[in-house]
Design a binder for this molecule. Structure first.
Ligand code: SPD
Length: 427
């Protein structure tokens, strides 16, 4: 007869594969599978990824729990497996050692709840046990896996199903299509949310239509980035457009979105589109001066391959590539999340286009940290501010295409800035 209520093993897995140590979906799967191999009954799992790296999580089993904390930068995982009853924790240990490709390890085993130290009291558990048996239904297993996009002080977390539809390390970034409960499938580049099925229209309508209606006759449009295809889908709704050139650096993003986000990647076959898988920064540098009516910079955040999209030289090249009267719109970051990038981009645009020629449009994206996001404009030549006389035309366009974010009132309204934002961009 056992002299303890439980058995606890505390494990150090060392020199593990760092990519696995940073992969919340893989770790959740391995921990749940380890529990099942050891013949435990899994009740639920909760796992979080921490940007830029690290995973923490727990699998609750009817026989107690498995828990983990990882430090990918050290290839290290601290794991504990607590069991009671007949379950053999060492089976879970063996499975995890293989799965994490741990080259070395150490472990200690402790008995927990020594019956020599405990006094059993008169506690009638028969009815509770019956209740517990009703509740502990082996078929009822809930997963709780969280994807977190954050800086050092704030975060946005989305609970996702744990299913990974696409996961590829391209030469530029890690490209993933994951599935969130609330917002459907989402594109993540490295650990940042780029777009989701349920709120992509906020971003794609607002990067395109205000500029397309502000310009008197946009025919030739350049999109830099935008590999998911949402921006070209919106631009190509405008019947006057004759040519759209899209330059996306990472073919893996296009491939992933065509396969898994077809409603966003809906216009890659349009005959007006010229698609180039190439470096948008070099493309802007080599573009013939005075070519485009509208340039849309649909880049990701200023880290990794998109860093150069926030430079003075890039926007100077875009200015030159615009026709005499033209509009540039750039993904402008958040005045509440990346204040520095937001302000510096606006100052760059003010310097290049003119102090009164760099308006900012604010809109909401629930799946970006803080939810408050921006597009920043450069208006070249005679293009005048956001204000327009086209409300009826816009409303017809909105209802024809069933737009769900942009409308005539927002066309002007999104350029109205809160005082703190005005203050932030004041030179
Ligand atoms: N922090 C997210 C910034 C996202 C910018 N690009 C989104 C791509 C949508 N087409």
């Amino acid at each position: 007869m056992s002299t303890a209520l439980g058995n606890h093993i505390l494990v150090e897995f060392m020199n593990c594969d760092p990519h696995i140590m940073n992969d919340v979906a893989a770790i959740e799967r391995d921990m749940v599978d380890a529990a099942k191999k050891a013949e435990a009954t899994v009740i639920n799992s909760t796992f979080h990824h921490f940007s830029p790296y690290g995973v923490s999580g727990v699998v609750v089993i009817q026989e107690s729990h498995l828990a983990i904390h990882t430090w990918p930068e050290y290839g290290y995982a601290a794991v504990d497996v607590f069991t009671c009853g007949e379950m053999n924790a060492w089976i879970a240990f063996d499975y995890l050692k293989e799965s994490f490709q741990a080259k070395s390890y150490s472990a200690i085993e402790m008995k927990r709840g020594s019956v020599n130290l405990l006094t059993r009291n008169d506690f009638d558990i028969s009815t509770m046990r019956q209740k517990a048996n009703e509740w502990v239904n082996p078929g009822f297993y809930t997963r709780n896996v969280w994807f977190t996009d954050k800086d050092e002080n704030q975060a946005l977390s989305l609970r996702f199903t744990g299913d990974v539809f696409y996961d590829h390390q391209s030469p530029f970034q890690r490209v993933r299509i994951l599935e969130s409960y609330k917002y459907g499938k989402m594109l993540a580049l490295d650990d940042m949310v780029m777009t989701t099925e349920k709120d992509e229209f906020h971003y794609h309508e607002m990067i395109s239509h205000p500029a397309m209606f502000m310009h008197p006759n946009p025919k030739n449009v350049l999109v830099i980035g935008g590999g998911d295809g949402g921006t070209i889908r919106e631009v190509l709704r405008h019947p006057g457009v004759e040519k759209v050139t899209m330059v996306e650096i990472d073919g893996a993003v296009i491939e992933a979105c065509k396969e898994h986000l077809p409603n966003i990647a809906a216009s890659f076959d349009d005959p007006k589109l010229t698609l180039l898988v190439d470096d948008g920064i070099a493309f802007a540098q080599n573009a013939a001066p005075g070519t485009y009516d509208v340039i849309l910079v649909d880049g990701s955040d200023p880290v990794g391959p998109a860093e150069g999209l926030f430079s003075v030289s890039f926007y100077t090249n875009c200015y030159n590539a615009l026709k005499e009267n033209g509009i540039l719109v750039a993904q402008g970051e958040s005045p509440k999340f990346n204040e520095k990038a937001f302000r510096e981009l606006n100052h760059t645009l003010q310097d290049i286009f003119g102090a009164d020629k760099a308006p900012v449009s604010l809109f909401f994206v629930p799946t970006y940290p803080t939810g408050m996001w921006s597009f920043q404009y450069g208006l070249k030549g005679n293009i005048e501010g956001p204000f327009h006389q086209k409300e009826a035309e816009i409303e017809t366009f909105v209802s024809t295409h069933g737009l769900r974010y942009y409308n005539g009132a927002l066309h002007n309204g999104s350029f109205a800035l809160p005082n703190f934002v005005k203050e932030l961009i004041k030179k």
